[in-house]
Design a protein around this ligand. Structure first.
Ligand code: C2E
Ligand code: MG
Ligand code: MG
Ligand code: MG
Length: 285
């Protein structure tokens, strides 16, 4: 009897795993179609000077508007895009779209601001990365100095040696580099010193517990102090409350993004938000 139960369990798991594999496959096929059919879009989240609320930039965040009209968040499809390699074409689509948008903002007379774009691990290893970035900058006419790439700490650390060369080359193109989700990986201070980057983005998991959680206090304070001693700019993610903002400011972090200021917004709403904020009409104090 025990034996037959064992077999049933086995069959149950096999069926479940098969279903899971099929789901992933159909998701992958749908995502491939979505890229072809232009069903992807970008939302933009403002980054602000925490002290004044003045916008200093925006982060482009990809969304998938499925044919049923639902907006699928990146957490549901970026992992599949990574596993299937689709992230490479998807990533170049994101970069071209963001730079095109950024260029049109400049052409409309808006003040220059930094435009942050996320780069995934697979893109990071793509041999044509630099050539493709240069080509997109040339094609769109977006100024390199205003572009910032966000690369997660884990991607950078697992990338190892030669990628430091890519970082140097990126800097030579004139773009800035931020380490995303900082604090979740295992960078040593030595490694950090070796990487020519500009910004450390404090993972929102640590901002979350501010201002009361002693661990989060200590971790965010340490990251801010480390960033400053290495002459990197600390940027806080996931700032949701005034108390969090005040804590960050007091510890010396001047830049951040989060729902306290604005959610990631469709392009039209973001333009309106930026215009109001630049006119001083989006006060958060
Ligand atoms: P990320 O780059 O760390 O982006 C920040 C995420 O935090 C965004 O989630 C944003 O909506 C969310 N967020 C911002 N402020 C707050 C806040 O105050 N509270 C909370 N709870 N969340 C906040 P989103 O848009 O769902 O993106 C999730 C992740 O997907 C991103 O994390 C990034 O790793 C990845 N991703 C998004 N767009 C792209 C892309 O174009 N390329 C690549 N490779 N990855 C992307
Ligand atoms: Mg990011
Ligand atoms: Mg992040
Ligand atoms: Mg926490």
């Amino acid at each position: 009897q025990a034996k037959s139960r064992g077999r049933n369990t086995y069959q149950f798991y096999t069926a479940a795993l098969t279903r899971l594999a099929n789901l992933r496959l159909s998701m992958e096929a749908r995502l491939r179609r979505a890229i072809e059919r232009n069903e992807l879009l970008l939302h933009y989240q403002p980054q602000v000077d925490l002290a004044t609320g003045t916008p200093v930039g925006v982060e482009a965040l990809v969304r998938w508007q499925s044919s049923e009209g639902r907006i699928v968040p990146p957490g549901e499809f970026i992992p599949i895009a990574e596993d299937s390699g689709l992230i490479v074409p998807l990533g170049y689509w994101v970069l071209r779209e963001a730079c095109t948008q950024g260029r049109s903002w400049l052409d409309a007379g808006r003040p220059p601001m930094r435009l942050a774009v996320n780069l995934s691990a697979l893109q990071w290893q793509h041999k044509d990365l630099l050539k493709r970035i240069q080509a997109i900058l040339d094609e769109t006419g977006f100024p390199a100095e205003q572009l910032e790439f966000e690369i997660t700490e884990t991607t950078l650390m697992e990338g190892g040696g030669p990628e430091t060369g890519v970082l140097v080359a990126l800097r030579d193109l004139g773009v800035r580099v931020a380490i995303d989700d900082f604090g979740t990986g295992y960078s040593s201070l030595a490694a950090l010193k070796r990487f020519p980057v500009d910004v450390l983005k404090i993972d929102r998991a640590f901002v979350d517990g501010l201002p009361d959680d002693p661990d989060d206090q200590e971790i965010t304070s340490a990251i801010i102090a480390m960033a400053r001693s290495l002459h990197l700019e600390p940027v806080a993610e996931g700032v949701e409350t005034r108390a969090q903002r005040d804590f960050l400011l007091e510890r010396g972090c001047r830049t951040g993004q989060g729902f306290l200021f604005a959610r990631p917004l469709p392009v039209g709403e973001c333009v309106q938000w930026l215009a109001r904020a630049l006119a001083g009409e989006e006060p958060v104090s």
